[in-house]
Design a binder for this molecule. Structure first.
Ligand code: ATP
Ligand code: MG
Length: 496
């Protein structure tokens, strides 16, 4: 029966200035179902959902939302029919309160805002999601995790019975993710249809009932989740079997290249760390544990209060990112949108600006040919999906933008490379490629500090791991002691 479907999309086509993002896609969402939408970076997932939410127009196709045929979807029309969406990028207004953000569309109707009711309603929505927070807080002052929850509350606020979540857990801790899953389950009970976009296969298998796999603007498979395993799903996503996720490494670990001695700052204290040439040192910590602040202090992005940073055995006084770079340190930042990219500049310039020497004919004069060749090579290695590296970065899908930042920083002659969640939002194929590049850097004697909250990659890639929680180092584990249990024990141990 047709009306068991919340959403029916058929034959959807969409091009962006010649690029075929969707080539005739069918997508069905039932009520009371959590439906995974997966595929490589640039496969068309966000575009398909933006068409459903009315943010993009389609070139061709048919959309039926809750039984109503929609000729020209607009954000207003889709919302009225029950669609709530949380976009991949945050869309909140930092200067407004949580409550104002949640009900932003309904503020100032007839010029009157009933504040008390607004706050009460906002509180109710946040509470139903399992999060207690004063909704009078300014959004600019809350953590990214809470921002994500506010986005979801906002999407649900108009009584949505179709909820689209585009990579919602990227900034959540496991605990917060669990809470989100619990609310998704109760929404499912209530008959809401949920579309769940994620690159994390373990989450897809933990929470979803059905799956649709996309590649290159087309559907390559789908059905009940129970009929799939990870390998099969990955094969549909990338069009081939993925042989090794974590390639073996043949680096020899050399002398110490970086040492943090009793480093203390705003949110961390007494941090000792030592990194050697050719070594991959993992820093495991959850979002908000202070891990990002530590490496930003080393790089010169933020200051620190006391302690010493040694590079190559010499005491440093790094006070700015350019001084950090001067000491041969590169940082691939966590917040790539703000710190990593110039969005309206061409992809190739973004990729090569960290290594002017490689693209200059003589100092100061850039060879477009060299730039082109280098960017082309990096784009190919990381399979950045674009027709031309002269296109601006903001024409790329979310994950492909991340690949550009990573390419930019991998392409340096730095001797210390710090990576803050390098594979967040990146598809499985590109993940494996990033790991391979890390190994190559290590083999060249580069020391790598990798921050990650993904246990799998920490265990798969690191020679040694330091566990950070609540701004303190809880311990270190060597290659042979690296197990999920061992790491979590150190995190939990710090809570006693
Ligand atoms: N505004 C735009 N202008 C030009 N091209 C675009 C635009 N938005 C998306 N595209 C292109 O459409 C294709 C699909 O992008 P989309 O954002 O839907 O991918 P995605 O599956 O969501 O990927 P990711 O996992 O990286 O988020 C890509 O080739 C992308 O470059
Ligand atoms: Mg996307």
């Amino acid at each position: 029966m047709a009306d068991e479907y919340r959403v029916q999309m058929r034959g959807i086509r969409k091009s962006f200035s010649g690029v075929k993002a969707l080539k005739g896609v069918d997508f069905l969402l039932r009520s009371g179902e959590i439906h995974a939408l997966v595929g490589e970076n640039g496969a068309g997932k966000s575009t398909l959902m933006k068409i459903l939410s009315g943010a993009h127009s389609m070139d061709e196709g048919e959309i039926i939302i809750n039984g109503t045929r929609v000729i020209a979807a607009t954000p207003r029309r889709s919302k009225d029919l029950g669609v709530g969406i949380v976009y991949q990028e945050f869309e909140l207004a930092d200067d407004l309160t949580i409550a104002e953000n949640i009900f932003i569309d309904r503020l100032g109707v007839h010029g009157i805002v009933r504040w008390r009711r607004l706050y009460a309603q906002a509180e109710k929505v946040m509470h139903s999601l399992g999060f207690d927070i004063d909704v009078r807080n300014r959004v600019g002052d809350i953590s990214v995790a809470y921002k994500q929850v506010v986005e979801i509350a906002k999407a649900l606020s108009a009584n949505a019975n179709i909820l689209i979540l585009d990579e919602p857990t990227a900034v959540l801790t496991p605990n917060e993710t669990e809470k989100l899953f619990a609310s998704m389950r109760s929404l499912r009970e209530a008959g809401v249809g949920i579309v769940y976009i994620s690159h994390r296969m373990d989450e897809v298998f933990a929470i979803c009932d059905a799956v649709t796999v996309m590649r290159d603007g087309e559907i390559t498979g789908g059905g009940a989740l129970a009929d799939f395993d990870v390998d099969g799903m990955v094969e549909l996503m990338i069009g081939r079997k993925l042989s090794t996720m974590y390639p073996p490494r043949h680096a020899t670990v050399g002398d110490e290249i970086l040492r943090l001695d009793n480093l203390s700052g705003e949110v961390f204290s007494g941090i000792d760390l030592s990194l050697r040439r050719g070594e991959i040192l993992g820093i495991f910590g959850l979002v908000g544990s202070g891990r990002t602040e530590i490496v930003r202090a080393v790089f010169g992005g933020d200051g620190f209060r006391s302690g010493t940073v040694y590079v190559d055995g010499r005491e440093t006084h790094i006070r700015s990112p350019s001084q950090g770079r001067g000491h041969g340190i590169a940082l691939i930042p966590e917040n790539r949108k703000e710190q990593g990219l110039i969005l309206d500049m061409p992809i190739r310039q973004n990729m090569t600006m960290t290594n002017m020497r490689a693209v200059a004919v003589v100092p100061g004069i850039i060879s477009r040919n060299r730039e082109d060749r280098l960017a082309g090579e990096l784009a190919r290695r990381l399979s950045v999906k674009t027709a031309d590296t002269r296109n601006p970065v903001n024409s790329l899908s979310g994950g492909n933008q991340q690949k550009v930042v990573i390419a930019k920083w991998l392409n340096t002659d730095s001797k210390i490379v710090i990576m803050d969640e390098p594979t967040r939002g990146v598809d499985v194929g590109a993940k494996a490629e990033i790991y391979a590049i890390m190994n190559e850097l290590a083999a060249r004697g580069v020391g790598i500090l990798m921050i990650s909250s993904e246990l799998n990659e920490i265990i798969g890639m690191c020679d040694r791991v330091a566990v950070i929680d609540k701004g303190r180092k809880r311990g270190e584990l060597g290659r042979n002691e690296l197990t999920e249990k061992g790491i979590m024990k150190l995190v939990v141990g710090g809570h006693n």
